[in-house]
Design a protein around this ligand. Structure first.
Ligand code: FMN
Length: 216
């Protein structure tokens, strides 16, 4: 018997058949996003909170990579990373970022554009200490995005920090924390037959959300 009290295969089928209509949407895109994320989780999609984060460097070169969504509220979307990483350097120079979720089994995509700001130290503390100890130590061992000599060198760093913090709580590194992405546009995309997909986009205008349907 499945440990999950849901027929996830049937859920997936139901969602993938349904068109996206304006009347189905919550006026608040964050609430709407929360519904879709929950449906993706309930449908058993692995890493449903994984999102592609696009940033742009000082030369105007975009780069996208996957990070995990770790919080959503009226202020936006929260993720955590190393403040010395390439993405952090990009955001320092240009806080504008784009995020995309893709839930293939539901034929759904969400595209978000907005402006990032650093999360508070308290928010980082809370999340950092909720992670497995190995991940906390890994954060100390990694100078994310820097060139390293070898895998052995990295493992040596990991052993060093493991020895350094043996028997004590691993402190939050000062080079590690979160970013909130405050959305200015959020598009909900649903695959449809013959490429007649549904695209409904919320745009922030004078503090209100306006919703338009876009051509696929
Ligand atoms: C499924 C998945 C989840 C990831 N989650 C994170 C994350 O939450 N934070 C993070 O910094 N990197 C995460 N990564 C690694 C990033 O994709 C990336 O390699 C790293 O952050 C360095 O990116 P940068 O050099 O562009 O800054 C994740 C990768 C994958 C595939």
């Amino acid at each position: 018997m499945s440990p999950i009290p849901l027929d996830v295969a049937a859920l997936r089928e139901e969602y993938s058949k349904r068109h996206l209509r304006r009347a189905d949407l919550d006026p608040d895109p964050i609430v709407q996003f929360g519904r879709w994320l929950k449906e993706a989780v309930d449908a058993g999609i692995k890493d449903a909170n994984a999102m592609s984060l696009a940033t742009v460097n000082a030369a105007g070169q975009p780069c996208a990579r996957i990070v995990l969504l770790k919080g959503v509220d009226s202020g936006g979307f929260l993720f955590f990373t190393n403040y010395g990483s390439r993405k952090a350097a990009d955001l320092e120079n240009n806080p504008r970022a784009g995020v995309t979720f893709f839930w293939a089994e539901l034929e759904r995509q969400v595209v978000i554009e907005g402006i990032t700001r650093k999360a508070s130290r308290e928010e980082a503390e809370e999340y950092f200490h909720s992670r497995p100890e190995g991940s906390q130590l890994g954060a100390w061992a990694s100078k994310q995005s820097q060139i390293v000599p070898s895998r052995d060198w990295l493992e040596e760093k990991f052993s060093e920090v493991t020895a350094r913090y043996a028997g004590q709580e691993v402190p939050l590194p000062d080079f590690w924390g979160g970013y909130w992405l405050a959305p200015e546009a959020i598009e909900f995309w649903k695959g449809g037959p013959s490429r007649i997909h549904d695209r409904l986009r919320y745009l922030r205008e004078a503090g209100m959300w306006r919703i338009d349907r876009l051509s696929p």
